[in-house]
Design a protein around this ligand. Structure first.
Ligand code: ADP
Ligand code: MG
Length: 693
């Protein structure tokens, strides 16, 4: 028998090191991962569908022939690049507002391309703005199997691999390994929901000729993902309730009291309440596993610090793990300054890379000479050993995979765990998806925070907005401008951010300093820019969504978000939370280009509300299929198949079935549950492996 979850794609025909690396970047490492890499769309081999009213204002894909390629100057003074294609008897204009030279060179008259995007009708012409596309290369041959199919799958972009290459790869994976596609759900579940068996379902997903059925086909995989997640969670919770800590903490009121007295502000009522909840857990016999939810700026850091000082009062070490170096660095500085008058507490900052200083810090951590360690996932490297780590906080917890979170906790003896999340999730949903955690909520902002004035504007009103923004800069304030990063076309987006920066420097803000910050930059370069911005040596920071997480520059009072229609509510709210941190009135501009009804509802909601929990409720309500959502923005665990906005019904079924199974057969002893036992064990084996890598 062969376990395709453990067979590397390197063993497939046509996959060498280079392709393996590309595929790994989208999470495809094993043969099973590749089979679970699902098409996002299907297209006919010979496109024959005519455009009708029904297609307008919705997602549309087709193959067409390039008829005309040109640039033009729009009335607003900006340049546009237009490619007209002929698809069947219709002409469609593909339009780019921001582009670089390389784009204009990619199209050849008469060539065939596949395009997909939001189809609209403008002055009697069909158009798609910033489409996804693929130039079809005649030499790029489909294999004999695909040639005969009436419909072809269209896969998400993987580096520079063409669709043809991806199709051939997936076909090869089936050819070589179909005999080893084992069932992963118990029979009684499959029968109950009339699902296809795993192999059939996978075949239908990739080689399906009736694409209308795909939602039902995928339901099997969504269910499976949620079902196992619920099983893990409920089982973890059951185990945790039986676990006893080596030693519960005692509240000595030494360092904790000193901190309370030295804070330059009063804690809010909500902060006091959650500190009590956390302290109660830490003083109990059971290991704490608590989710701390609080809107951006609600003051989670200081709450965390109280917990760390309780650990210190009892002679233990604590750690705070942040998802990025910028954030870790900021936490380190905040905590250091809050503890300025407690020199007896030693704090360390541990991020990636190697150096003498880091080795020395690691030694101090082992010896117990450092009390509080702030860091990135460098903290879970195997050579980082603690003397007696007893409290761990994980900031922006959804940015870490289950494995990473578990690794930190499993490395030590039942430390108290606090997971921080700035994305408010409705309590009912939080209880289901974070079912193994207790939940604390900070539902109150410090009184010093003024609501941010939010304005939704259309693209052509930007010049006016820039004028208003200039007044803010003249008054000494600073500005963030965010450009979205769509995973499918990072290159285009980066260009967009770069050309926006040039435009700002040349035309709108020639007298001020501006700079670009993006995720592809080296950590050091990022830190330098952030430092300059923090010191107001840069007034305008243009960035991709890297600044989304907890950056704190109180002097910044304007947030402008480009293509706001592409973001979900939760992410818009997160981004907006970067301003409004100082004493001044802050502003948020949401710039939209083309808007669906859902996007309109979202942007209106943002203008109306500053309340993260209210926004979170609405966010779930408003999510639709096919909408753009970035990878990490929702504050929910990363799912491969499930989208909780769409699959709540499936989540409820999965949870009910998981509870029933664990009530009935908690140790997976029945024959019918052997599949579950096998996968459960395999999951934990994986965890162990991760820890001593
Ligand atoms: P977040 O919950 O987004 O992580 P932070 O912990 O970064 O929020 O806090 C945001 C800012 O508010 C910090 O500058 C912090 O010092 C300040 N702050 C925290 N609690 C209070 C309070 N009760 N009153 C006034 N300011 C506070
Ligand atoms: Mg924070």
């Amino acid at each position: 028998m062969q376990n395709i979850r453990k067979v590397s794609i390197m063993y497939l025909k046509g996959v060498g090191e280079y392709r393996a690396k590309l595929l790994a970047s989208v999470g495809v490492e094993s043969v099973n991962d590749l089979l679970e890499f699902f098409p996002k769309d299907y297209i006919g081999q010979s496109w024959s569908e005519e455009i009708t009213d029904e297609h307008i204002d919705s997602l549309f894909s087709c193959i067409g022939e390039i008829d005309e390629v040109r640039e033009r100057m729009a009335t607003t003074g900006t340049r546009q690049f237009i490619v007209t294609i002929k698809a069947n008897e219709d002409y469609i204009d593909l339009i780019w507002f921001r582009y670089g030279k390389w784009l204009t060179k990619s199209f050849i008259y008469g060539g065939k391309i596949w395009v997909s995007g939001f189809l609209s009708s403008f002055n009697g012409r069909y158009q798609i703005v910033h489409p996804q596309y693929e130039v079809l290369n005649e030499r790029d041959q489909l294999n004999d199997f695909w040639k005969t199919r009436s419909r072809l799958p269209v896969y998400p972009t993987v580096g520079n691999l063409t669709q043809t290459q991806l199709r051939n790869l997936i076909y090869n994976a089936f050819q070589q390994h179909h005999a080893y596609i084992d069932e992963t759900l118990p029979d009684y579940i499959i029968n109950k929901y009339k699902y296809d068996d795993r192999k059939t379902a996978l075949q239908k997903v990739h080689f399906n000729t009736k694409p209308k059925n795909t939602e039902f086909l995928k339901d099997r995989f969504v269910f499976e993902e949620l079902f196992y997640q619920q099983i893990m969670m409920i089982k973890n919770k059951n185990m945790r309730e039986k676990e006893v800590k080596s030693k519960p903490f005692k509240l000595h009121n030494t360092f904790t009291k000193k901190l309370l007295e030295s804070l330059p502000f009063q804690l809010t009522g909500a902060q006091k309440r959650v500190i009590q909840e956390i302290f109660a857990d830490m003083q109990s016999d059971n290991q704490m596993s608590r989710l701390l939810q609080g809107d951006v700026g609600s003051g989670k850091t200081v709450v965390t610090l109280f917990a760390m000082l309780l650990a210190k009062e009892n002679g233990y070490q604590s750690a705070l793990m942040a998802p990025t170096e910028i954030l870790a660095d900021q936490h380190f500085r905040t905590i250091s300054s809050m503890l300025e008058n407690m020199p007896e507490i030693s704090i360390g900052l541990l991020t990636g890379g190697v150096s003498k200083a880091k080795n020395e810090l690691k030694r101090q951590i082992i010896e117990g000479e450092v009390d509080i360690v702030v860091g990135t996932h460098a903290l879970i490297q195997k050579d980082v050993l603690f003397h007696n780590l007893a409290f761990i906080a994980v900031d922006e917890q959804h940015r870490f995979g289950v494995h990473q979170r578990a690794a930190l906790s499993l490395k030590h003896k039942k430390p108290d765990m606090l997971y921080l999340s700035a994305t408010p999730i409705p309590r009912s949903l939080a209880l289901t998806i974070f079912g193994e955690l207790d939940v604390s909520i900070i539902n109150e902002l410090p009184p010093t925070r003024k609501p941010i004035k939010t304005k939704w504007i259309h693209e052509h009103a930007k010049t006016k907005a820039y004028q208003d923004i200039e007044k803010e800069i003249e008054a000494g304030r600073q500005v963030y401008i965010v450009c979205p990063l769509i995973e499918d076309s990072e290159k285009i987006d980066l260009l967009a951010a770069e050309s926006l920066l040039t435009e700002l420097q040349r035309f709108y803000f020639p007298n001020y300093k501006s700079a670009l910050l993006h995720g592809k930059m080296k950590a050091k370069a990022k830190d330098e820019i952030m430092q300059l911005f923090a010191n107001n040596e840069i007034q305008i920071l243009v960035s991709t969504t890297v600044i989304e997480v907890g950056i704190d520059v109180p002097n910044a009072s304007v947030m402008m978000i480009e293509h706001a229609e592409r973001f979900g509510l939760a992410q818009l709210h997160q981004l907006r939370g970067r301003v409004g941190r100082g004493a001044e009135q802050s502003y948020c501009y949401l710039v939209s280009y083309r808007t669906t009804e859902i996007a309109k509802a979202r942007l209106t909601m943002m203008e109306k509300s500053n309340d993260g929990f209210e926004i979170a409720e609405k966010d779930l309500e408003l999510r639709g299929p096919g909408e753009f959502h970035g990878k990490h923005q929702s504050g929910l665990p990363p799912y491969k198949f499930a989208n909780l906005a769409l699959h709540q019904e499936c989540l409820n079924r999965a949870r009910a079935d998981a509870i029933e199974l664990l009530d009935d057969d908690p140790k997976f002893e029945k024959a019918e549950n052997q599949i579950v036992k096998y996968l459960y064990d395999e999951y934990y084996e994986g965890k162990e492996k991760l820890i001593d890598y």
